[in-house]
Design a protein around this ligand. Structure first.
Ligand code: HAM
Length: 423
């Protein structure tokens, strides 16, 4: 028996319907705000991620699926989407289009991580990127878009937390200060943080080990040492968000696991998954495109972890998607086989979800099958009905039934499934 690769998942029906519905909502809301989809390769040159996400990050140093192709080129299955968007922006001259350029994407990402709830090796992201505006108003719009998307799915108890990472020039000063504050207790930091000390000291702030958390809690927040320009930027973002009624909280020690961020960074946490399993992360990256050899094009965006989002999807949205009534269409006798397919077509055309009996079951077995698949309504057409130009519509929830002219069946069934039980 061949089994799926560890850390990958099969998304089966009806769960897969939730994925499609969430994605439809993303196209609706993000599309409405002007984010058009960009479809990018799943594999990119390894160097792209080394130069953007950063060599000292967990992602690049230990989580990438990298391999050599037959010509010996090092390729990597994308661990995230922003680097690919930046590459495509430069390569396709998107800087020539009216700015800013708003892009959305969705699809699989790959990271070699330890498996646990909400952590997979192949997972899906839904992301947006706004490229070509450095103004705080762009950050406000991106966060508003995120908030409205979550609200459309019915999320109410999630929190958006935000921090100010300052500008790259602020970073060495902050890191020097952080290290001098932590120096006396350096040997109490965990093994990972010992390594981060030189490779990626900012990530010490993000360590989940209780002792490290405690040590870090006493240090000066990064927002207190950033430049005035960065301070004013994030203050303007917060004021803008307040004016449009998008609640965000300051998380003074929030840092992100990718190197390209500056100024505004944010995450979404849900009480159900806990603080350490975030459903969305994002921020501003004004140097990314220039660092890749493009023009000075600022950017900001986020990516939602779709697996995690669906794991904590509000009940109302779930049931709207999953509890859609099903109509069983049952032919009785060979002569009815063709006509019921025509009927099924009519029903689908008016928006009803049908399951036609195509296995030659008797009426009794067909009704048993209909109840097994939880059909709300059955439409039964036998030879005598065919002769009379009618069919039987039975509400399986109440047992009531009526004989209805064939031409009226789709309207009657639609009524029945839209208004609930009762003929
Ligand atoms: P990230 O925080 O690395 O950011 O990932 C974004 C989201 O992807 C996370 O918040 C999480 O929900 C989900 N995620 C990450 N790793 C896994 C995993 N192993 N299993 C399941 N879900 C996971 C980025 O990727 C940035 N590119 C976001 C961004 C876009 N920043 C600016 N624009």
């Amino acid at each position: 028996m061949i089994q799926k690769v560890k850390g990958t998942r099969d998304i089966l029906p009806p769960e897969s319907r939730l994925w499609a519905a969430v994605e439809a909502e993303a196209y609706r809301i993000f599309g409405g705000f002007g984010y058009d989809e960009i479809r990018l390769p799943v594999m990119e040159p390894t160097e792209l991620f080394v130069r953007t996400v950063g060599e000292g990050t967990d992602i690049v140093s230990k989580e990438m699926y990298s391999f050599s192709d037959r010509k010996g080129r090092s390729l990597t299955l994308r661990p995230e989407g922003t680097a690919g968007v930046a590459r495509a922006f430069i390569e396709n001259g998107l800087g020539q289009r009216p700015q800013p350029v708003r892009l959305m994407y969705l699809g699989p990402m790959f990271r070699y991580e330890k498996m646990q709830r909400g952590r997979y090796r192949q997972f899906a992201q839904i992301g947006i990127e706004l490229l070509g505006s450095a103004a705080p108003q762009a950050d406000v719009e991106v966060l508003l878009t995120l908030h409205d998307f979550l609200a459309a799915l019915g999320f109410a108890d999630h929190r958006i937390v935000l921090n100010n990472l300052g500008d790259p020039d602020d970073r060495p000063r902050f890191i020097a200060g952080l290290k001098s504050e932590l120096e006396p207790s350096r040997d109490r930091l965990c093994g990972d943080c010992q390594r981060r000390w030189d490779a990626n000291p900012l990530r010490i702030l993000d360590c989940k080990v209780p002792t490290c958390k405690e040590l870090v809690a006493g240090t000066t927040p990064i927002a207190e040492v950033v430049s005035d320009a960065a301070r004013n930027h994030v203050a303007a973002v917060e004021a803008g968000l307040e004016s449009v009624g998008v609640p965000v909280e300051r998380a003074p020690r929030l840092v992100r696991g990718l190197d390209y961020y500056l100024r505004t960074v944010f995450e979404v946490v849900s009480p159900e998954l806990g603080e350490d399993t975030v459903i969305c992360g994002g921020g501003r990256y004004d140097r990314l495109i220039a660092d890749l050899g493009g023009a000075e094009v600022p950017g900001i965006g986020f990516a939602i972890g779709e697996d995690r989002l669906i794991d904590v999807l509000p009940e109302g949205f779930r049931s709207r998607v999953l509890d859609r009534p099903v109509v069983a269409v049952l032919p009785v006798g060979d002569a009815a086989a063709g006509p019921v397919l025509a009927l099924a077509r009519d029903l689908v055309a008016v928006g009803v979800s049908v399951r036609t009996e195509v296995s030659g079951r008797s009426l009794k077995a067909g009704l048993k099958w209909a109840s097994k698949i939880d059909a709300a309504v059955a439409v039964i057409v036998g030879e005598s009905e065919l002769e009379a130009g009618t069919g039987v519509v039975r509400d399986l929830r109440t047992g009531e039934q009526a004989t209805v002219p064939l031409v009226e069946i789709s309207r009657r069934v639609l009524e029945l499934v839209s208004t609930g039980p009762g003929i």
